[in-house]
Design a protein around this ligand. Structure first.
Ligand SMILES: [Zn+2]
Length: 204
């Protein structure tokens, strides 16, 4: 499993590992869920421009249908699949296929995301990738900060989120409170004269 927050390089790492197998002439297949509408059809794309052909499926069980020839199987955005992906992956493993799955381990609230914790427990190798914090610049971003209102767990988009370290991450309730304060005090001069505290530090 390849996990981490957004902008950590999960999809490009998934593509890299599947391409490695292709170079050795192993038959491969990459799947991604239809709910992720950011990549162009029939492709999996990383935010740094890497792309590979992918089979888009609505439900995990469709992977069984399209993977009979594949020896190495990549699954992108695995957090968007339902619990039935566990049985599908166990079936593929019994067929002696190698599975490489990527996904968000935590949702925008900082809580474990859907079926991913279950997949982590089954995995024989887990790589947790970190991003650069968009707020303080540290190398240890492990949370996905949602920048818009909304309580649904799945809200697909890139501009609505940013990678944050655990110190800069604001859980939805705190983030919402700050947005509300800003919108009500927008004409207050006190906000304009903001002075950072003496121990204020910029990017590490
Ligand atoms: Zn930070």
């Amino acid at each position: 499993m390849i996990i981490g927050c957004m902008s950590a390089g999960k999809s490009s790492e998934l593509i890299r590992r599947v391409e490695r197998a292709r170079l050795a002439y192993l038959p491969t297949a990459i799947f991604r869920p239809a709910v992720d509408t950011r990549s162009k059809p029939d492709h999996v794309e990383s935010r740094n421009g890497l792309a590979s052909q992918a089979i888009v499926v609505d439900q995990a069980k469709e992977m069984l249908k399209y993977s009979s020839q594949a020896v190495v199987i990549g699954i992108d955005e695995s957090q968007f699949f339902g619990d039935d992906i566990v049985e599908v992956i166990l079936t593929l493993l019994r067929q002696r296929k190698k599975i490489i799955a990527s996904g968000l381990d935590l949702d925008y609230r900082g809580k474990p995301f859907g079926v991913v914790p279950h997949l982590l427990a089954l995995a024989d190798r887990v790589d947790k990738l970190l991003a650069v914090c968009k707020k303080c610049g540290s190398d240890f971003a492990c949370r996905t900060q949602r920048l818009v209102q909304g309580t649904e767990q799945v809200l697909v988009g890139d501009s609505e989120y940013e990678a944050r370290c655990i110190d800069c991450f604001e859980p939805p309730s705190e983030f919402q409170m700050r947005i509300d304060l800003q919108s009500t005090n927008v004409s207050e001069p006190a906000l304009v004269n903001f002075a950072p505290p003496s121990n204020f530090s910029t990017a590490v």
